[in-house]
Design a protein around this ligand. Structure first.
Ligand code: NAP
Length: 327
């Protein structure tokens, strides 16, 4: 078994592998189609591959493939003695999918007490476990009532159903507003972050440069560092565009893929390791969440744990992905 380097999530007793495994597509299609044996077998292979490679962190959500991702993970938990104790389970709540509330209903974000409690109870049932290590609010809700979130978190924490709490896709201001009411510390913010989608990093670098790519990410990366909130990167390899850009991709994306490939050869590693290593190199201690459903790509990705990019290489990749140098 590989030993991957770990991070201690501040304000918790959790030592997490620097790279996590995501289950966004693990249950197959995003519909009510039944779970096939092939899907169960694939989930088992992927989860065991991840663990053998030193990954101890599984990212889930109640909505992933309409609950089927949680169910296939639950099967593995049920059928593998001591599996639950080996892994840290993080799930998300707060999204109602189209058609979930009523026939033809639209997507709704729902942070009500009832929905958060029901979501966690359903999630625990599907996962066949008694507790989540971390619960995240999936996407910021325009109708958030922080007092309601605080009440739900208190109930979930006191009952032992959730150990720690966090958010996903939230800005610094949104976290600060919630934290004013919630007693438990927010320990995670999971955001889209990769070389091609790097607003969080550009935000601080390009502040006040009107000609540049200033994104207005509200200092979220610095806020999270200041408040000991672990940043998790979803879509860490931009869904594969960093390696095999489609013909229609921009010249910038194609140039980025070429540079990643060149650096992989120079470092005697894989392109996946360079793209993910770019995130790991950041001193904020970013935890990338892998989305691949191919065991060999998990193998290629975890090699990032051993990649050491120089400062020059890190900035060179940023410059190529931005299509311009820093100011
Ligand atoms: N919080 C949120 O709002 C949010 C949103 C989205 C995702 N997430 C979480 O983040 C996880 C990862 O997100 P993601 O799936 O977007 O991440 P990703 O790893 O950037 O993308 C995964 C996709 O890229 C493909 N891919 C990966 N490596 C490749 C390679 N070397 N060459 C070609 N294609 C490659 C995969 O295909 P193969 O399967 O064929 O390898 C898969 O279709 C999810 O599973 C979920 O847990 C969270």
């Amino acid at each position: 078994m590989f030993q991957m380097k770990t991070y201690r999530i501040p304000n918790t007793d959790l030592d997490v592998s620097r790279i996590a495994f995501g289950t966004g597509g693990l249950g197959g299609t995003w519909d009510q189609a039944p779970i096939t044996q092939d899907l169960r077998d694939r989930a088992k292979t992927l989860l065991h591959t991840a663990i053998e490679l030193g990954i101890n962190f599984i990212d889930l959500a109640d909505v992933y493939t309409w609950g089927k991702s949680n169910r296939v993970v639950g099967d593995v938990i049920q059928n593998t003695p001591s599996f639950r104790e080996k892994v840290i389970l993080q799930s998300k709540a707060g999204i109602k999918l189209p058609g979930q509330i009523a026939a033809n209903s639209t997507t709704v974000y729902d942070f009500s007490y009832e929905n958060l409690i029901t979501s966690v109870e359903t999630t625990l049932e599907r996962l066949k476990t008694d507790y989540l290590d971390i619960l995240l609010l999936h996407r910021p809700s325009a109708l958030v009532e922080p007092e309601e979130v605080a009440r739900a978190f208190d109930t979930l924490h006191t009952s032992g159903k959730v150990r720690y709490f966090g958010v996903s896709n939230h800005t610094s201001f949104q976290i600060a507003l919630l934290q004013r009411y919630v007693d438990q510390p927010f320990v995670v913010n999971q955001v889209e972050l990769n070389l091609l989608h790097n607003d969080l990093i550009n935000d601080g670098l390009l502040f006040n440069n009107q000609e540049q790519l200033y994104s207005g990410a509200h200092g979220t990366l610095d806020y999270c560092r200041q408040h000991d909130i672990l940043i998790q990167a979803w879509s860490p390899v931009a869904k594969g565009k960093l390696f095999t850009p489609p013909e229609s991709a921009s010249e910038i994306i194609k140039a980025t893929a070429i540079k990643i490939d060149q650096m992989a050869k120079k470092h005697n590693t894989t392109p996946e390791a360079i793209a993910i290593g770019w995130l790991l190199h950041h001193p904020a201690k970013i935890q990338p969440i892998l989305g691949t459903l191919k065991p060999h790509r998990i193998v290629d990705s975890v090699r990032a744990d051993d990649v050491n990019l120089s400062r020059l290489e890190w900035y060179t990749l940023l410059e190529i992905a931005n299509g311009q140098s820093v100011p």
